[in-house]
Design a protein around this ligand. Structure first.
Ligand code: PLZ
Length: 450
């Protein structure tokens, strides 16, 4: 397999040979505690040694089935062959010039690819940055510059980053915002169509949520004051919420009718993750601007804002930038990642992952009342856990399931406003046997709840 190029091939197997965390990880944890700020947490306190394909090996020789991809980043697998080959070649040539000082072809090539891959056949431009939060900040800057307006509308359960402006855009207080205010002004939050938790049930969720959102924007903000509406087409940190069908098109239409820039934040859902290049394609949405990061560069830090040429070009020359944005090594890695997505048809792989995971999880939901809902698309799948027979979020059961999986050699992540969602984000190149074995462990974890 192409992703296993480095050193001796990394065995694609689950292997637990010590307590989790093992002795070497425990030693490193002591050093971490003494040297690294306490605010930097860790989901699973084992230290990584190697990773590739569908596994992550720790310093004690344990091998975990990776159902997290470093939070939806290594979709092409860790150290994917084309990513390493292209990034290594670039490392030999030059590591940095700063694109604002002396541009280079790789930056342009990534922007050309983004124009091809993102929805819509209109003229597009892109600008590259380092992190998702930075891309979202810049999308807001661009939308404000283009419209001459200030207000930004975001949604319940939305997540857009940890910088000052993006903290304001992010819905959840703990751990992202607590103690870090004051937050940026002119940010307004409106309801999202969350079918599982919509008060009148899922059937009228899309229309009711859209009507409420539009009413609040119109009455409380004034549509003519809104620069941008920013939404994740499939909400990530909020709990893998798929807005009820019809909601996104209605909001996009409202934006279009009122001269508001519609921004799709596809930082988590983009680049084949949901079985399409971008999740907004599912309902045929063509956003004015789209933010990407994570999966784009196979693990190197890169992010982008891509959008309509007339909006992107509204910013004065020199108005967008940053020392490292679109670093040449990260651009080379992105070209390698995109090559891999095309060559291995990772959209098809993501859909296959859904085909394997969803029926198995649905079956588990029938046996375990703790699963309130199975949802998501492609390789962005989750289960929301509740007190059986109710919709009361069960964050303790969620932590217990994750802990059980970690101890048994499966890396899973949790998410959600109520901390009650177990999410699965496997690398799209994971082997089917490994994926099924990971699900066996999830099943054991659910059974162990008693
Ligand atoms: N927009 C939709 O998912 C990052 C956050 C992890 P950065 N999500 C993972 C954490 O706890 O910090 C994300 C996202 C969406 C923006 C971001 C922000 O991207 O690269 O983390 O800045």
């Amino acid at each position: 397999m192409t992703e296993l190029s480095k050193g001796p091939a990394l065995p694609q197997e689950r292997r637990v040979v010590t307590a989790i965390p093992g002795p070497k990880s425990q030693e490193l944890a002591v050093r971490k505690q003494a040297a690294v700020a306490a605010g930097v947490g860790a989901v699973m306190p084992v230290f990584a040694a190697r990773a590739g394909g569908g596994v992550l090996e720790d310093v004690d020789g344990n091998s975990f089935i990776d159902l997290g991809s470093g939070i939806a980043v290594t979709s092409v697998g860790n150290s994917a062959e084309a990513v390493v080959r292209r990034a290594a070649a670039q490392l030999e040539l030059f590591t940095h010039t700063c694109v604002m000082v002396t541009p280079y072809e790789g930056y342009v090539e990534v922007c050309e690819e983004l124009a091809k891959l993102t929805p819509g056949d209109h003229a597009k431009r892109s600008a590259l940055f380092n992190s998702g939060a930075e891309a979202v900040e810049n999308a807001v800057k661009i939308a404000r510059s283009y419209t001459g307006r200030q207000a930004v509308v975001v949604f319940d359960h939305g997540y857009h980053g940890r910088t000052n402006l993006t903290m304001a855009l992010t819905a959840k207080n703990m751990p992202y915002k607590q103690g870090f205010g004051p937050f940026a002004p002119e940010v307004y939050r409106v309801p999202v169509a969350y079918p599982f938790r919509w008060p009148t049930g899922p059937d009228n969720c899309a229309e009711e949520a859209a009507a409420q959102a539009i009413d609040q924007i119109s009455k409380q903000v004034g549509a003519q004051n809104v620069a941008a509406i920013v939404i994740e087409p499939l909400l990530g940190e909020g709990g893998f919420i798929e807005p009820a069908k019809g909601f996104l098109p209605r909001i996009a239409e409202f934006a279009r009718d009122n001269g508001i820039v519609f921004v799709a934040d596809e930082i988590q859902s983009g680049f084949c993750r949901t079985g399409q290049w971008f999740a907004c394609e599912d309902e045929g949405i063509v956003p004015d601007l789209i933010t990407t990061a994570k999966g784009i560069a196979g693990g190197l830090p890169l992010a982008a804002v891509t959008g309509r040429a007339e909006i992107m070009d509204a910013v004065h020359s020199g108005g967008l930038g940053g020392t490292y944005g679109g670093n040449p090594v990260a651009c080379a890695a992105a070209l390698g990642a995109i090559e891999t997505m095309r060559e291995l048809d990772l959209n098809a792989k993501a859909r296959r992952i859904e085909e394997i995971m969803k029926p198995r999880l649905e079956k588990m939901a029938q046996q375990h009342g703790v699963i309130g809902e199975v949802r998501g698309r492609g390789a962005m799948i989750a289960v929301e856990l509740v007190k059986p027979g109710t919709k009361e979020p069960d964050s303790e059961a969620t932590s217990a399931v994750a802990r059980h999986c970690h101890q048994a050699g499966v890396l899973v992540l949790t998410t959600g406003t109520y901390g009650n969602v177990v999410r699965f984000l496997p690398p799209l190149v994971i082997g089917e046997d490994l994926l099924n074995e990971g699900l066996d462990v999830v099943e054991e974890a659910l059974a162990s709840l008693g």
